[in-house]
Ligand binder design. Structure first.
Ligand SMILES: Cc1cc2nc3c(=O)[nH]c(=O)nc-3n(C[C@H](O)[C@H](O)[C@H](O)COP(=O)(O)OP(=O)(O)OC[C@H]3O[C@@H](n4cnc5c(N)ncnc54)[C@H](O)[C@@H]3O)c2cc1C
Length: 481
């Protein structure tokens, strides 16, 4: 059985941020993730906003970790080599909402959010000319930003791995046994690992995982957020995430930007089952109607994808603590929004607690992660030089996103090797464009099968059981070399 100082359960943003923080302090750490990739649940499907922190109730854990996390994000993204858009956010309203916006500003100031400002009609129109003309006032939060959430999560996992941490995928923790010496043995039914310290960041299953060791349990609720994603030809329609006034259940349906240049509308807030990622006709109609209230002529014809993410709630606030009955067993439960923003601060908090408890840390010879090559943003000269070194960078596989075979092969050989087309997509974006993979999936299957020495029939779209093809219908097709 492998022995670690620290085991983290769950490879979402909270787990991977904690993993990277621990490894960078020289803690012998193992991350266990049930799925075949990190970022498999809430972290892969959310709005990607690094919230400034005006929304959470003052004094709550949400407010504390939101503020601290927001301050850490830009440097963290720089360190990881992933995009961070420093754009600020706008919460817009008609004149009737002025008092509510002022109250939000006051709440934000109580939370310590810097630079909050009320923007009046003329300035607002200059900032966002495509707002619905009824929107005449806004709260501007300059410290809000936008990231690609799964890129940050993958970056953190890779950073931890290249610095000596261990990631075990397809390891669903199904039993936790406390030994007489106080250490914990965690098992998936076949394999086991042992550690003195455990941090449970298992998102949707975090209360169930607590139950495995007799720790505190929570009444969990799942709230689905559905989205409409437009293609990149809509880039520039807006330049900030645009929120309506928040409702008691959510931050409302927003018009949003992605780091890659798409426009996105959503999310809804619908109570759901833990694994219900369906998108309903009613919800799409609701998004369209709400967005048309804040925006002028949104071009829904440019829609390329509908998708949903699931918020995990355990009450009104985050539940983050060491369990009262189980020494050295920590948990993060009910990490709904702003959990993406809060993650680096939650990670820091956990590691500080472990240090107080005497976990040994030491300075490591830190290795910086190498970001993926992105030929789309290279000059012609740079690209020519690259192609001379390796002609695979000149073979375009995904025409919509302009991704070469070289970039795909690099991603397949990256530290946390992707084992599905979706995992590849989260690394270098094939299938993310207008055609959503209609043209490139056959080529991706061939490249993945070749690199992994797999039969093409074994190539997965996502998790086990999602094989894409059953065989050839004619010789010489795109699957053949
Ligand atoms: C629609 C929507 C919009 C959002 N927008 C924002 C936003 O703009 N900004 C923001 O800050 N936050 C936002 N959030 C919140 C944010 O996405 C979450 O707070 C965050 O992703 C939670 O991360 P996590 O690591 O706690 O959980 P998760 O990402 O759910 O990760 C938990 C992981 O644990 C794994 N796991 C579960 N059980 C086990 C087990 N037994 N053994 C091993 N592994 C296990 C799961 O497979 C999963 O990968 C949004 C959320 C949603 C759904």
């Amino acid at each position: 059985m492998e022995n670690f100082d620290l085991v983290i359960i769950g490879g979402g943003i909270v787990g991977t941020a904690t993993f990277s923080e621990a490894v960078r302090l020289g803690i012998n750490t193992c991350l266990l993730e049930e799925a075949n990739d990190v970022s498999a649940y809430a972290t892969k499907a959310n709005s990607g906003i690094v919230h400034s922190g005006y929304d959470p109730i003052p004094g709550s854990l949400m407010a504390k970790f939101n503020l601290e996390g927001n301050k850490m994000y830009k440097d963290m993204c720089k360190r990881l080599g992933v995009d961070y858009l420093e754009c600020g956010t706008l919460t817009v309203s008609n004149e009737e909402g002025r008092e509510k916006l002022l109250a939000l500003k006051e709440r934000g100031e109580q939370n310590g959010v810097p630079g909050l400002r009320i923007i009046e009609k003329d300035e607002l129109r200059k900032m966002e000319p495509n707002l619905n003309p009824n929107m005449t006032i806004a709260l501007f939060a300059p410290t809000g930003g936008v990231v690609s959430p799964y890129s940050v999560c993958i970056g953190l996992a890779e950073e931890g791995m290249i610095n000596g941490g261990t990631v075990k995928l397809k390891f669903k923790v199904s039993s936790i046994t406390k030994q007489s010496d106080g250490t914990y043995v965690l098992s998936d039914g076949e394999k086991s690992v042992q550690a003195k310290y455990v941090i449970n960041c298992a998102g949707p299953n975090s209360s169930d995982v607590n139950k495995l060791v007799g720790a505190k349990t929570f009444d969990m609720h799942y709230v689905k957020g559905e989205y409409i994603l437009l293609d990149k030809s809509t880039k520039g329609y807006i330049t900030h995430p645009i929120f309506p006034l928040p409702t008691p259940v959510s931050k409302g349906i927003l018009a949003n930007i992605t780091v890659h240049g798409n426009i996105m509308f959503g999310p809804t807030a619908v109570e759901c089952e833990k694994d219900d990622r369906s998108v309903t006709v009613e919800s799409i109609a609701n998004i369209k109607s709400q967005v048309s209230g804040t925006m002028d002529s949104p071009n829904f014809k440019k829609t390329i994808k509908l998708f949903a993410g699931i918020r995990v709630k355990a009450g009104k606030d985050f539940e983050i603590a060491e369990d009262e009955k189980n020494k050295n067993f920590f948990y993060a439960v009910g990490i709904c929004s702003p959990g993406l923003t809060a993650a680096p601060a939650i990670a820091k908090y956990f590691i500080e607690k472990l240090q107080e408890k005497g976990i040994k840390t030491h300075k490591i010879n830190f290795k910086k992660r190498t970001p993926y090559i992105n030929t789309e943003h290279m000059s012609e000269k740079e690209l020519d030089e690259l192609i001379k070194k390796n002609p695979n960078y000149g073979k375009i596989v995904c025409r919509c996103e302009h991704i070469s075979e070289g970039e795909i092969i690099d991603a397949l050989n990256s530290p946390l090797k992707p084992v599905s087309i979706d995992a590849l997509k989260r690394r270098v974006r094939p299938t993310m464009g207008r055609c959503q993979g209609s043209f490139c999936i056959p080529k991706l299957i061939r490249i993945m099968a070749n690199e992994r020495r797999l039969k093409k029939e074994k190539v997965l779209q996502d998790q086990d059981g999602s094989e894409l093809v059953v065989g050839d219908i004619k010789k010489g097709g795109p699957y053949e070399d």
